[in-house]
Ligand binder design. Structure first.
Ligand code: 6PG
Length: 487
């Protein structure tokens, strides 16, 4: 007899914890894992004493589900998702729902939504953030896909999601096709940026100011109680305060070669496709890439020497108040990063025809996920003031915040350059900030160069956009022009 409210395939740590979370909320969950031993261990271990139903085959699994069947996949993103879907499809009936909760690429989710739709099945591609702890006690959930599936799963997904202070769940329908996974991808890109701006603060404090790990831990602890109140600042304080068996800071013995699973890179690739700037996240991705060149960096440090030369590189200002300046540089860069993230979401919504609610998305990220932060309330408020805000940098709260932070931010970037300490996120954010509010940029020269060497044409000051001109720069070029399309 089918008795399960929902089924979950894939019992790695995220899958197990989501099952336990659903069980806590009164749902009966059937589970299946390709390796049966893991199902057995789960049932006799973490799931003992719960209502969880273990199964040994996909057929047995599907037979346990009450119609319309709801199957959640927590398997590795990519081909594994398609492989499991292929196994499931012949066993499912019209109106059944497949939910992919992995970090899938949004284009795969859009494709799966339409492919399964043609078979009468309802697909949801949902971002789930918050790691193990979030999955167990309340993640942020960003579902998208086939809208008709949402009423069927809204109850269960909102029940297991994190809640903001007033009880609103950090889970809501994001949009059709790949919208849920797109939003999760941007979340992850922002996560990369947040981690990089924190890492730069750590580098400046340790390499520039020579602060001890307990000192840095207490600065991050203090920052976590103010404007920077967030999960990533809190765990940074914990990490910097952690010591190994020898009493040494644990973080010092960790190899400085950052890994990545690709979602930050996808964000940047999408921004390039859509022609929107994600400069800070791009720098964060490249900072990981550079860090991973461990052998080359060691050789270069020997050949080129580290930091700035003592004779003329400029000492920079690493004096009193510098920790406060680093705070301001971090905060301002974070504002730029989120502004870029929401600009990208707006560009994607236009491109893919999604009706995204930006203030609500900020609330989906308010609790449960890795980038959860008090600051997200300021973003929601900005979109409440103006729903079609083209950039957070145009909202009065953020313009005031940036004006206040700007002097310290500039001092930090200047001092870091003087000292030879790389701050790619702070400096690229500052360059974006300066470019974005420039009435005039030197792109007129770029246009002239393009027209000079390839007759690519240009638009003119004071003339309507879309009217193109060409100059015969050398007197020998003639009037034939190349096309003026935009990539
Ligand atoms: C989350 C995280 C998670 C992500 C890891 C690792 O929201 O819970 O974003 O989905 O996979 O943080 O990401 P990287 O290996 O790319 O750093």
């Amino acid at each position: 007899m089918p008795s399960a409210d929902i089924g979950l395939i894939g019992l790695a740590v995220m899958g197990q914890n989501l099952v336990l979370n659903m069980d806590d909320h009164g749902y009966t969950v059937a589970v299946f894992n390709r390796t049966t031993a893991r199902t057995t261990e789960f049932l006799s271990g973490p799931a003992s004493g719960t209502k969880v139903i273990g199964t040994r085959s996909v057929e047995e699994f599907v037979a346990k589900l009450r119609p319309p069947r709801k199957v959640m996949l927590m398997v590795k993103a990519g081909r594994a998702v398609d492989a499991v879907i292929e196994q499931l499809v012949p066993l499912l009936d019209e109106g059944d729902i497949v939910i992919d909760g992995g970090n899938s690429h949004f284009e795969d989710s859009a494709r799966r939504t339409s492919e399964l739709g043609e078979l009468g099945l309802l697909f949801i591609g949902t971002g789930i953030s918050g790691g193990e702890e979030g999955a167990r006690h309340g993640p942020s959930i960003m579902p998208g896909g086939e809208p008709a599936a949402w009423p069927e799963v809204q109850g269960i997904l909102q029940a297991i999601a994190a809640k903001v202070a007033d009880g609103t769940p950090c889970c809501d329908w994001v949009g059709a096709g790949g919208a849920g996974h797109y939003t999760k991808m941007v979340h992850n890109g922002i996560e990369y940026g947040d981690m990089q701006v924190i890492a730069e603060a750590y580098h400046l404090m340790s390499g520039g100011l020579g602060m001890t790990h307990p000192e840095m831990a207490s600065v991050f602890r203090r920052w976590g109680e103010g404007l920077l109140d967030s999960y990533l600042i809190d765990i940074t304080a914990d990490i910097l305060g952690h010591v190994d068996e020898q009493g040494e800071p644990t973080v010092c013995s960790i190899l400085d070669a950052a890994g990545q699973k690709g979602t930050g890179k996808w964000t940047v690739i999408s921004s390039l496709h859509l022609g929107y700037p994600m400069t800070l996240v791009a720098e964060a991705v490249y900072a990981r890439v550079v860090s991973a060149l461990v052998d080359q960096r060691l050789e270069a440090a020997g050949v080129l020497g580290q930091g700035a030369p003592t004779d003329g590189g400029g000492a920079g200002r690493f004096g009193d108040g510098f920790v406060d300046d680093i705070h301001d540089a971090l905060y301002a860069s974070k504002i730029v990063s989120y502004a870029q993230g929401f600009m990208l979401l707006e560009a994607a919504a236009t491109e893919y025809g999604w009706d995204l609610d930006y203030g609500r998305i900020a609330q989906l990220w308010r609790e449960g996920c890795i980038i959860r932060a008090a600051f997200l309330d300021d973003i929601t408020a900005a979109f409440e003031r103006r729903a079609d805000l083209p950039s957070l940098l145009l909202d009065r709260f953020f313009t005031d915040a940036l004006r206040k932070a700007e002097p310290g931010w500039r001092r930090v970037v200047a001092a870091a350059v003087g000292r030879g300490i790389p701050v790619p996120a702070y400096s690229s954010a500052l360059a974006f900030y300066d470019a974005y509010r420039s009435e005039r940029l030197p792109a007129n020269l770029v246009q002239a160069q393009r027209d000079y060497f390839g007759a690519h044409t240009y638009e003119r000051v004071g003339r309507p956009r879309g009217e193109f001109f060409h100059t015969d720069w050398t007197g020998t070029g003639g009037s034939a022009t190349s096309g003026s399309y935009q990539a």
